[in-house]
Ligand binder design. Structure first.
Ligand code: FPP
Length: 248
C-alpha cells in the first residue's frame, strides 16, 4: 500500500485540490423546509453525490472523501438509520456500473463490522470490482469516527510489536484507515455548521476548511467551484512565514 500522507500535501499546481473531504450536512433541514420527510433529503443527497463526483472528475480532483455515516449516527431514530442503510445498498448496487465507466476506485472506510453481513459483502465486492480503476478515488466513510481511526491505528502498532520509542507520526499515519490517500487539501462542510464532528481528525491537521450555509442537497458544481476558488486564494504556510513561502 503506498503511503503518502505523512507530510502536508500542496495543492496540485497551487490550483485544484488533490484531495477534497466533505461533511454532507443539511439533508434533514432541506427536506423539513419543503414539508418533506427527512428521508427525502437523504435521497436528494445521493443525487448530489453523483453530481459532485462528476464535477470533481471534470476538475481533476484525485481523491474525494465523503462522510456518509458517523459512529454517532446510530443514535438517530431507528427508521432513519435503516433508511440510510437502504440508500447505501442502493448506491452500491446502482452506481457500480457507472463507477467502472467513470474509472472510479471506490473505498469504504469505517468500522464495517457493525453493518449487516450482506452490506459488508456488497462493500467488499464493490471495492474489489473497482480496485483497478485509475481515476478518482472515491472514499465513503461509513460508521467512521476520527477517534476510532486513531485508536485503531495505535492498536495496530501495538499488535505489530513496534517499540514505544520507535512510534512516529509517519507510522501512525500509515496505519490509519485512509493510508492510501494524501491528507485532504480542503474540508468542505455544508449545512451551516462550523465543526469537524469527529471526521478525519488526524488527517485534517493542515487542511483548509470551507463552511457553507448551502444544504447538501443544493450543493452542485458551481458551489464546488466557489469552494475551490476560496481554497485557491489561501496561502498554505504549514507553519512557515509568508516571506519563506514566497521565497520558495
Ligand atoms: C447529514 O444531514 C447527512 C447524513 C447524516 C447522511 C449523509 C447521507 C447521504 C448524503 C445519503 C446517503 C449516502 C450514502 C452513501 C449512504 P442531516 O440529516 O444531519 O441534516 P440536518 O442537519 O439538516 O438534520
Amino acid at each position: 500500500m503506498s503511503k503518502n500522507n505523512s507530510a502536508p500535501v500542496n495543492a496540485k499546481n497551487n490550483g485544484v485540490p488533490r484531495h477534497i473531504a466533505i461533511i454532507m450536512d443539511g439533508n434533514g433541514r432541506w427536506a423539513t423546509k419543503r414539508f418533506m420527510p427527512r428521508f427525502a433529503g437523504h435521497a436528494k443527497g445521493v443525487k448530489t453525490i453523483n453530481k459532485v463526483v462528476n464535477a470533481c472528475i471534470d476538475r481533476g480532483v484525485e481523491y474525494l472523501t465523503l462522510f456518509a455515516f458517523s459512529s454517532e449516527n446510530w443514535r438517530r431514530p431507528p427508521d432513519e438509520v435503516s433508511l440510510l442503510m437502504q440508500l447505501f445498498r442502493k448506491v452500491l448496487i446502482g452506481e457500480i456500473k457507472q463507477m467502472g465507466e467513470r474509472n472510479i476506485r471506490l473505498k469504504v472506510v469505517g468500522d464495517l463490522s457493525k453493518f449487516d453481513k450482506d452490506l459488508q459483502t456488497m462493500v467488499h465486492n464493490a471495492e474489489s470490482e473497482t480496485a483497478a480503476n485509475t481515476g478518482l478515488t472515491l472514499t465513503i466513510c461509513a460508521n467512521y469516527g476520527g477517534r476510532w481511526d486513531i485508536v485503531n491505528a495505535c492498536n495496530k502498532l501495538v499488535a505489530s510489536g513496534v517499540k514505544q520509542e520507535d512510534i512516529t507520526e509517519e507510522q501512525l499515519s500509515a496505519n490509519l484507515a485512509m493510508a492510501y490517500a494524501p491528507d485532504p487539501d480542503m474540508l468542505i462542510r455544508t449545512g451551516g455548521e462550523a465543526r469537524v464532528s469527529n471526521f478525519l481528525l488526524w488527517q485534517l491537521a493542515y487542511s483548509e476548511y470551507y463552511f457553507t450555509d448551502t444544504f447538501w442537497p443544493d450543493f452542485d458544481g458551481k458551489a464546488l467551484d466557489e469552494a475551490i476558488e476560496s481554497f485557491q486564494k489561501r496561502e498554505r504556510r504549514f507553519g512557515k512565514t509568508s516571506e519563506q513561502i514566497r521565497a520558495q
